[in-house]
Design a protein around this ligand. Structure first.
Ligand SMILES: [Zn+2]
Length: 442
């Protein structure tokens, strides 16, 4: 409003002035050295106004030119911001969709748009190689990440996983410890540390880390998880007990075996180890009761076998009586029938052995029954051909008792670490051996 009034005032003044000049006329004379110029006053005024206008225009143009570099800068900056934003979107989508190509592109754009010291291109670069499965390039990118404090965690996790994949557990343990220092609150890092402690045989430390892991939980664990952890604790204690035995520390071995049994009474390796130690220490009643409890829960030939031989220097008659106890606890169970048959053969009661064995064979076709049949025929004085045919039948299907749940490797003994695929604690009793699952199909 004020401006408009000023412009109106200015125009009025100029018009008034021009009117004055036209009305009064007159001539302006300029003299400078030898020059002599005469001109009407109106012209003179026009020249002055024109000059002022030209100066104003020049001033405006100068100002615009001075701001030009800044304007160009601003647009370049905006363009770059847009590129960074696009590349970031592409990178995040690439990670979510595990799209290696998109990540490679995003890394390239970010490298162009950001200074060399920026972490962002390095991170996306690493992810692109990891997702694409380019192992060597990912290793290289991870080494870069290891150098920076802020990306150290990612670098460490990479080298730890690599050491794990190579089966280099001492190195993996070292990296897992460092990871744990960087992020002690993360269950995943604690879990990795626990795994590597198990692999490197540090069972005592593993047990305390397992407890830590339980404390890190936000919510109360589900029943299945609690059971799994009981199992883990039981197995760790079993390993400590075995270790103590190797070192000749009998009392310690017994202590850990008992603790292990408290956690995991129905896991065969734990119960069987405890029973063996109890028998060694001369506490036979407890040894047999541990095996009987396991037998009631999970009857199988392995336990029956240990049960029969657990008491050293026992008379064969007493052994037969105890075998019959297995049959009372699990009536008509094929493994119990075989146990009685075995004990009957030892007292030369072939009649009883044959009766038991025939009952067992009616229930299921099991290699252990074939083997026993061969022994029985030998005791009965049968022809070698007949005996051999049973032996062969047994050999064809007689397999080790334990099988790895990860790779299917079979072994005669339980192993904490699978000898074939090195996976931890996945050995389970073979289905065919556990609870007589191989039912006669003929
Ligand atoms: Zn395996």
């Amino acid at each position: 409003m004020f401006r408009l009034m000023m412009v109106i005032l200015l125009v009025t003044l100029v018009a008034f002035g021009l009117n004055m000049v036209i009305q009064f006329g007159g001539v302006v004379t300029l003299e400078w050295a030898d020059y002599h110029v005469e001109m009407p006053t109106g012209y003179m005024l026009l020249i002055i106004l024109g000059t002022l206008f030209a100066l104003w225009l020049l001033f405006m143009v100068m100002g615009w030119l001075r701001r030009l570099p800044h304007r160009v800068d601003h647009s370049v900056h905006q363009h770059r911001q847009q590129r960074i934003q696009n590349a970031l979107e592409q990178a995040l989508l690439g990670i979510a969709e595990q799209d290696g190509k998109a990540l490679t592109q995003a890394a390239k754009s970010l490298r162009h748009a950001l200074p060399k010291t920026s972490l962002l291109p390095k991170l996306v670069h690493y992810e692109s190689h990891r997702v694409s499965g380019e192992v060597e390039k990912a290793d290289e990118a991870a080494r870069e990440l290891l150098k920076e404090e802020r990306t150290r965690f990612i670098g460490l996790r990479h080298v730890m996983e690599k050491a794990q994949a190579e089966g280099n557990h001492p190195a993996a343990l070292q990296f897992a410890r460092e990871l744990q220092k960087v992020r002690p609150d993360l269950p995943d890092t604690t879990q990795s540390l626990l795994t590597e402690l198990k692999y490197t045989g540090r069972y005592e430390e593993a047990a305390s880390v397992l407890e830590e892991l339980q404390q890190q939980r936000f919510l109360p664990a589900k029943k299945s998880i609690r059971e799994k952890e009981h199992h883990e604790q039981g197995v760790l204690l079993l390993m400590r007990s075995r270790e103590a035995m190797v070192q000749g520390h009998q009392e310690e071995a017994m202590h850990y075996a008992e603790e292990a049994y408290r956690h995991q009474p129905s896991f065969e390796p734990v119960a069987q180890h405890f029973a063996a130690l109890l028998a060694q220490a001369g506490t036979m009643r407890r040894a047999t009761s541990v095996l009987e409890r396991l037998w009631k829960e999970r009857p199988n030939d392995l336990i029956a076998q240990q049960y029969l031989t657990v008491i050293p220097a026992e008379t064969v008659k007493k052994r037969l009586r105890r075998a019959k106890k297995l049959l009372t606890l699990q009536p008509e169970h094929p493994a119990a029938l075989r146990a009685v048959a075995t004990a009957a053969l030892e007292v030369d009661d072939t009649m009883q052995a044959r009766e038991m064995l025939e009952r067992a064979l009616q229930k299921e076709s099991h290699p252990a029954s074939y083997q026993l049949m061969a022994r029985l025929l030998e005791a009965e004085g049968e022809s070698q051909d007949e005996i051999l045919s049973w032996k062969e039948k047994a050999r064809d299907s007689l397999a080790p008792s334990w099988r790895c749940g990860a790779c299917g490797h079979e072994a005669r003994e339980w192993h904490f670490v699978c000898p074939s695929c090195q996976v931890l604690d996945r050995m389970a009793l073979r289905q065919e051996n556990a609870a007589g699952a191989l039912i006669h199909k003929a």
